[in-house]
Design a protein around this ligand. Structure first.
Ligand SMILES: Cc1cc2nc3c(=O)[nH]c(=O)nc-3n(C[C@H](O)[C@H](O)[C@H](O)COP(=O)(O)OP(=O)(O)OC[C@H]3O[C@@H](n4cnc5c(N)ncnc54)[C@H](O)[C@@H]3O)c2cc1C
Length: 384
């Protein structure tokens, strides 16, 4: 391939999604994706809402399962929400990587190079030179999707850290029709702790031990949390672990800039796609990528990814995160209030970052705006 017009740094969720979107454009922009992984594994499971006006995006139909009921367990209550309009969906990392790579392979102008990591970037003749361990590349434009810098990761805030196990049981155990979004009936230990459970069938589920606190644990800690939870909630003493996934997502109040320099933009987690208070990013990444692909087609040099979310939603999210930072013990009650007081479809639209004005009013009413604002004002100086 001749000198690429665009180099995508990182072939994870945002990088491969952008590569696949560009592969579908006519004519495709000459693009090279640089990714350190030699092989892709089934390393994560993306959960998100779609249906109705919530676009499922370009990977619709690949989901492993869809559910129309979900629950939160907190303050001794089981709060179940159902929807006929929206569904919660789970997309396996392995299926995503395979399909995105296939779409890229089928296109002439987009190439994925694995097993190389970017070491240095320098401006050169109105474009950039990008150095990997083995060679150098030149390009006009850069889309940077590499993980957040160390400075960002060590900024004040919380870390959402978790380990999940996909397990199989000998007999039927799970209700396959209802996702457990958050079960707070687990030791909180001065942090925010909940279990997340995706029941693929009565015998198979992904169970994730999730913590929001200052620092992660050793893997054994989460595994013990999952075993304790399965014993306590289902009386389950034995199960087979099929696979594991884990992650650490910084939940910080630092702002992200979408443009590092003219022609060098940031996307994905690096471009602010992660919703700080929840760690969700998949749908925001798809929206960012689609918007950026369209902008590239119109004006490659000036193209900028759209913001991951509207300014007022970013603001609300920061207030919610501040409340969690200042009063972690309030978390189960806050989520319980949302699920008790907000109508299911309105809450889905809010959580999916596509709320109607009435949904926002319902959410703000449910959260007792007074204490929320008081916390925000108290903590604002410390964190911003
Ligand atoms: C286990 C797990 C489960 C998650 N579950 C959900 C969920 O249910 N719902 C949801 O919405 N979000 C979820 N997320 C959060 C978010 O959607 C993902 O982290 C998503 O993968 C972020 O996409 P990204 O492209 O920004 O980063 P990544 O997908 O991490 O991609 C970054 C890429 O950069 C590459 N890279 C690193 N260093 C270099 C270098 N020097 N040069 C070039 N490339 C480099 C990496 O190898 C990687 O491929 C989850 C995250 C994890 C880890």
């Amino acid at each position: 391939m001749s000198r690429p017009e665009l180099i995508i740094l990182g072939g994870g969720c945002a990088g491969l999604s952008l590569g696949a979107a560009l592969a579908a454009s006519r004519p495709p922009l000459h693009t090279l994706i640089l990714e350190p992984r030699a092989d892709y594994t089934d390393d994560r499971t993306w959960g998100y809402w779609a249906g109705g006006e919530l676009a499922a995006g370009p990977f619709e139909g690949l989901e492993r399962r869809r559910w129309s009921a979900w629950e939160v367990r907190a303050e001794g209550e089981r709060l179940v929400h159902r929807s006929r309009r929206y569904s919660y969906r789970a997309l396996g990392g392995g299926d995503f990587y395979r399909t995105a790579r296939q779409r890229i392979r089928n296109a002439d102008g987009v190439r994925l190079k694995t097993g190389v990591s970017v070491q240095a970037i320098a401006p050169e003749n109105g474009g950039f030179s990008v150095r990997t361990e083995t060679t150098g590349h030149r390009c006009d434009l850069l889309a940077d999707t590499r993980p957040l810098s160390a400075a960002y990761r060590s900024a004040p805030g919380l870390v959402q850290h978790f380990l999940g196990q996909e397990i199989e049981t000998a007999g039927p155990v799970f209700d396959p029709d209802c996702v457990t979004l958050m079960d707070f009936e687990a030791p909180q230990a001065g942090a925010i702790h909940f279990l997340y459970l995706l029941p693929y069938s009565a015998r198979r589920a992904l169970v994730v031990d999730t913590w929001l606190s200052a620092a992660p644990f050793e893997p054994a800690h989460y595994r013990a949390g999952i075993s304790d939870y399965l014993a306590q909630r289902f009386g389950l003493r034995q199960h087979r672990v099929l696979r594991e996934e884990s992650g650490q997502i910084p939940m910080s109040l630092l702002r992200h800039r979408r443009r590092r320099a003219p022609g060098w933009v940031r996307l994905g987690g690096r471009g602010g796609a992660v919703k700080a208070s929840s760690g969700y990013a998949f749908q925001a990444i798809q929206r960012q990528v689609q918007g950026f692909a369209q902008a590239l087609a119109a004006d490659p040099q000036g193209a900028l990814p759209p913001p991951a979310r509207a300014g007022h939603l970013e603001w609300l999210d920061r207030i919610f995160l501040l409340r969690l930072l200042h009063e972690p013990a309030a978390a189960p009650g806050l989520f319980a209030r949302l699920f008790r007081r907000v109508e299911p479809d309105a809450l889905v639209r809010f959580l999916a970052e596509r709320p109607r004005p009435t949904d926002l009013l319902a959410v703000m009413g449910a959260l007792d705006a007074g204490p929320m604002l008081a916390t925000a004002i108290k903590g604002w100086r410390q964190w911003v």
